[in-house]
Design a protein around this ligand. Structure first.
Ligand SMILES: Cc1ncc(COP(=O)(O)O)c(C=O)c1O
Length: 425
């Protein structure tokens, strides 16, 4: 395959014509495909339909004897705290089971930090010009929460083993306004990278000018492998405790992409002091979570092995779609010097980097040919990808044959856009 970045003008002109012809042909097919959001497919949702019928009137008391149909149980039912404590690798009493969304719990945690401050801090973050470190590319909704609440964002680059820790350590060292970092430690959104033990240790140990620095450890994809087994990720609570910073991590997770998206359960874990602080505030927000859903989820899985087996079934459905994405990228763009992409072993996304200055154009071209992609810059704070090169691909939702068709369009759009750029010099 010719490296187009080294081709001469004549070769570029030929390649440009061929790419345009391929693109025009695909455009003529009037496709209407969507690769924008990381949602489970209908087949994945079907795997959890046992949840719709698995609770009878005889089973409405939790392990403490509380009737799950009634108010109460702010921290969640004991069996859900035990199961999802095991899931997050923490004791049951260090877990709060929330409602249907971990994003809401993250928003709540950050919002409370702004309004009241956090354990070990010196008051509300609002007024201290708080700054959050955002590894990029990252999860657009994390950035949107910061924007909504008025936290300034600074970026650091994501590598294959986590964020650039030299940059992170430099940012936290002398500026007490740097209060937090977003982390998706396993099968990160969107690159699929899993944090190494070394990166996790550095996060736990690093001296921070802010006494109340927080790691927002969003373990959204803890069990979401693609068939080759699970990556290991460090126990951040344990590492931070050993490093003398027990209150540093806020850990989050949910069953949104295990059972039903937006109709599962979310969880928060932290040090005993952080859990107490969260509950003290949650008391004013709700009389208690939906314990019926919690009970259903626990009965559905029984134990952690049940969760893992269930995720093997997800992997069987999802892996062929990721293979189709990688196959198309390799076939059409491999060796051409115009694109690189990630080959995740889990999670929901593939992160595609094209030549600088081309991502917006690729997305425009794909859209004109009937393939909707996540808007350019989505994986960056304020929607600003400074190199205009990153594209997030989300292959889980469409059926396999649609993923294949969409990828033909994506690859053709990449070729056309990058050749336009190369021929313009
Ligand atoms: C990294 C990450 N965290 C959180 C969420 C949302 O989770 P929930 O449905 O629990 O709010 C997503 C969904 O895409 C995600 O990618």
């Amino acid at each position: 395959m010719t490296d187009l970045t080294r081709a001469d003008a004549a070769a570029l002109a030929d390649a440009g014509k061929a790419a345009q012809a391929k693109y025009d042909d695909l455009r003529g097919r009037n496709l209407a495909l969507d690769m924008t959001r990381g949602k489970p497919s209908a087949e994945q949702l079907n795997l959890s339909d046992g949840l719709l019928t698995n609770l009878s009137a005889e089973e409405v008391r939790d392990a403490d004897g509380t009737d799950v149909r009634n108010y109460g149980g702010l921290a969640g039912i004991p069996e859900a705290r035990a199961l999802f404590g095991a899931y997050l690798g923490v004791p049951a009493d260090q877990v709060v089971i929330g409602g249907n969304s971990s994003l809401q719990m993250m928003y709540g945690a950050l919002s409370r930090a702004m309004t009241f401050g956090v354990v070990g801090g010196d008051g509300p973050w609002r007024g201290q010009d708080p700054v959050v470190i955002c590894p990029v590319p990252g999860y657009d909704r994390h950035f949107a929460v910061c924007e909504e609440l008025g936290l300034k964002m600074v970026t650091v680059e994501m590598a294959d083993d986590g964020p650039d820790m030299d940059a992170v350590e430099a940012l936290v060292a002398d500026n007490p306004a740097v209060k937090a970092i977003w982390c998706v430690p396993k099968y990160s959104n969107p690159t699929g990278a899993t944090y190494s033990q070394e990166v996790s240790e550095r996060l736990a140990k690093m001296p921070t000018a802010a006494p109340d620095f927080r790691i927002f450890w969003d373990n959204a994809y803890a069990v979401h492998h693609l068939g080759a087994g699970l990556d290991e990720v460090a126990d951040i609570l344990d590492l931070c405790t050993k490093a003398g910073h027990p209150d540093r991590p806020f850990v989050f997770g949910s069953t949104s992409k295990i059972t039903y998206a937006g109709a599962g359960i979310a969880m928060f874990a932290g040090s005993p002091a952080n859990v107490k602080d969260a509950l003290d505030h949650l008391f004013f927000e709700t009389i208690g979570p939906d314990k019926i859903t919690q009970m259903r989820q626990v009965k559905f899985f029984r134990d952690l092995d049940g969760v893992k087996k269930h995720m093997d079934a997800h992997a069987a459905l999802v892996a062929p779609k990721f293979a189709a994405v990688d196959g198309a990228l390799e076939r059409h763009l491999g060796g051409k010097g115009i694109a690189t992409w990630t080959r995740p072993k889990g999670g929901y996304f593939v992160s595609l980097d094209v030549l600088d200055g081309c991502a917006r154009r690729v997305i425009e071209l794909a859209g004109q040919a009937g393939v909707k992609l996540t808007p350019a810059g989505s994986c960056y704070p304020y929607g600003d990808d400074p190199r205009d090169r990153n594209i997030r691909l989300a292959p889980t939702l469409p059926p396999l044959d649609e993923v294949k068709q969409a990828m033909e369009v994506v690859c053709a759009a990449v070729e056309v856009a990058c050749l336009e750029r190369l021929t313009q010099g």
